[in-house]
Design a protein around this ligand. Structure first.
Ligand code: DX5
Ligand code: ZN
Length: 217
């Protein structure tokens, strides 16, 4: 399994420290939640924050764009140092073009499905992506409860992945704690975003260890 702590739950006044804590604790990616106050009712960081944190960690920056008109900002986030750029499929009528634009920047391309969006919607582009992120909460805020019906959706996606003989990562995001991580792992998820579970504890390394123990991998 790969663990991607979300800095949405970090202390923004000590971002460098909090990123280095999870890097030392064995994180695989740093998950960066970009929100514009339009696509979701919350505002977070832009490309300037991505370029500020780029030099302080060796970990891949997994940037989750929850913004309208994502095509306008793809080049900016790539130049800022994003390693993975994931776009919400609901945020653009041209998801295929957005994926092409991400790849042209030499960055890994991901697509994100809100809880109400069906896997069938993205079947035509699955062969073009490196990662599919299944939202297990409605995007916008950390600390929300996992939506249990998303487990079935992960299973559907995993079976399509097998049927099409593809190798994209299946990432889950929202309400991830040991119990929900186990369910998602068994359903086929490979990358686990965790914000409040990792950061709202004295020892983020122990929290990540508990997630690994839950899936025993
Ligand atoms: C929600 C974000 C998540 C969030 C997860 O819109 O995409 O990455 O940080 O937070 P937790 O793990 O607290 O549910
Ligand atoms: Zn996220």
């Amino acid at each position: 399994m790969k663990i991607a702590p979300s800095i949405l739950s970090a202390d923004f006044a000590h971002l460098a420290r909090d990123i280095q804590t999870v890097e030392k604790g064995g994180a695989d990616y740093i998950h960066v939640d970009v929100m514009d106050g339009h696509f979701v009712p919350n505002i977070t960081f832009g490309p300037n924050v991505v370029s500020a944190i780029r030099p302080i960690t060796k970990l891949p920056l997994d940037c989750h764009l929850m913004i309208e008109n994502p095509e306008r900002y793809i080049a900016d986030f790539a130049k800022a140092g994003a390693d993975i750029l994931s776009v919400q499929v609901e945020s653009t009528p041209h998801i295929h073009r957005a994926i092409q634009m991400i790849k042209q920047q030499g960055v890994k391309a991901g697509i994100v499905l809100n809880p109400g969006t069906s896997v069938e919607t993205v079947r035509p582009v699955l062969a073009d992506v490196d990662l599919v992120l299944v939202m297990t909460v409605n995007p916008g805020f950390g600390g929300q409860g996992f939506i249990p019906t998303m487990v079935e959706k992960i299973k559907t996606l995993a079976s399509i992945k097998k049927e099409m003989n593809l190798s994209f990562e299946i990432e889950v995001d929202g309400g991830i704690v040991p119990e929900t991580a186990k369910e998602c792992w068994e359903a086929g998820a490979t990358v686990f975003v965790a914000g409040s579970y990792v950061y709202r504890a004295d020892e983020p390394a122990k929290q990540m260890e508990a997630l690994r123990e839950a899936v025993a991998y």
